[in-house]
Design a protein around this ligand. Structure first.
Ligand SMILES: [Zn+2]
Length: 293
């Protein structure tokens, strides 16, 4: 049971199975930090796995069939658990005003294929569920992973009820905005970064719900995606801006972790800690879930 204004966060030990990459491993140490009580006001909840049928809302039957046939049972259990967490966080957001899942590796996945460490596009799945199960008229994905979210664009870019705002530091998986609902900015230097985030938030004015892909790989010490000058302080301020925008506009919001990788000065525990500001900020804010109904 989630106490008043506590932040429900979905995670289970299956998230870290088949753990060659930080995409899955980092949620382990992060969950440990949260279980240790370092961030007050957080409830860690195990999700139910996603079902085969639910995946068919976003991916082709052939792709899911191929994935299941690869005989990598631990990988399948991991991505089914962490995608279930995205779904459960989406539903919890409409009850509590805010929620999260320690899921990662979503935004590059395309209808017929995995890509860039992403197997299932939980962001697309969450937006479609917000529309079909919760009746929202305008749902947005804000993506601050260092790389572009071309998979999300392919899957839901044409949907009239889905708004996309993408602030990247790298042109990997770039997509071409083709509607007023789309906003993409590839930042070229760290001093422009927070202004780009503010601009992206402006683009989201008037939405009914937010799915936030809170990537930490712009951090300067990340080997993949890092940009010199994007420090921990810059990313803390980014999370404050995003969460404060959600509170100020009373927009129900959920987050997932997205990118964040090790480097010369950054071990796995350090990567996990990079994601703490997202959780602290979401724990801090108050959003009345009924405000948009
Ligand atoms: Zn990335």
């Amino acid at each position: 049971m989630t106490a008043k204004n506590n932040l429900p966060i979905y995670w289970g030990p299956d998230y870290v199975l088949e753990s060659g990459v930080e995409t899955r491993t980092k949620s382990g140490p992060l969950a440990k930090i949260l279980i240790g009580g370092e961030v007050p006001g957080v409830d860690l909840i195990p999700p139910l796995p996603i079902t085969h049928n639910e995946l068919l809302a976003i991916h082709s039957e052939q792709y899911i069939h191929r994935l299941l046939g690869e005989e990598r049972p631990e990988l399948i259990r991991s991505i089914f658990a962490s995608t279930g967490g995205v779904r459960d966080a989406l539903d919890a957001m409409f009850v509590h005003g805010k929620a999260g899942s320690l899921s990662s590796g979503l935004h590059h996945a395309k209808r017929d294929t995995d890509e860039g460490l992403c197997y299932i596009n939980g962001l697309a799945l969450a937006t479609l569920r917000a529309i079909s199960s919760h009746g929202v008229k305008k749902v947005a994905v804000l993506d601050t992973d260092s790389h572009c979210g071309g998979g999300t664009f392919q899957l839901v870019g044409e949907n009239e009820k889905v708004f996309l705002a993408d602030v990247s530091c790298n042109s990997y998986d770039i997509w071409q905005p083709n509607s007023e609902r789309h906003h993409l900015k590839i930042v070229k230097s760290a001093d422009k970064y927070l202004d780009a985030v503010k601009h992206a938030l402006k683009h989201l004015d008037g939405i009914d719900a937010l799915v936030y892909n809170a990537g930490m790989d712009p951090f300067e010490d990340c080997m993949t995606g890092g940009m010199p000058g994007i420090t921990r302080e810059v990313l803390e301020e980014r999370e404050r801006l995003v969460a404060q925008w959600c509170e100020d506009t009373q927009t129900p919001a959920m987050f997932v972790l997205a990118g964040g990788y090790g480097g010369k000065n950054l071990d796995l525990d350090g990567v996990a800690r990079l994601h703490l500001p997202t959780i602290r900020e979401f724990a801090r804010i108050r959003i009345s879930p009924k405000s948009k109904n």
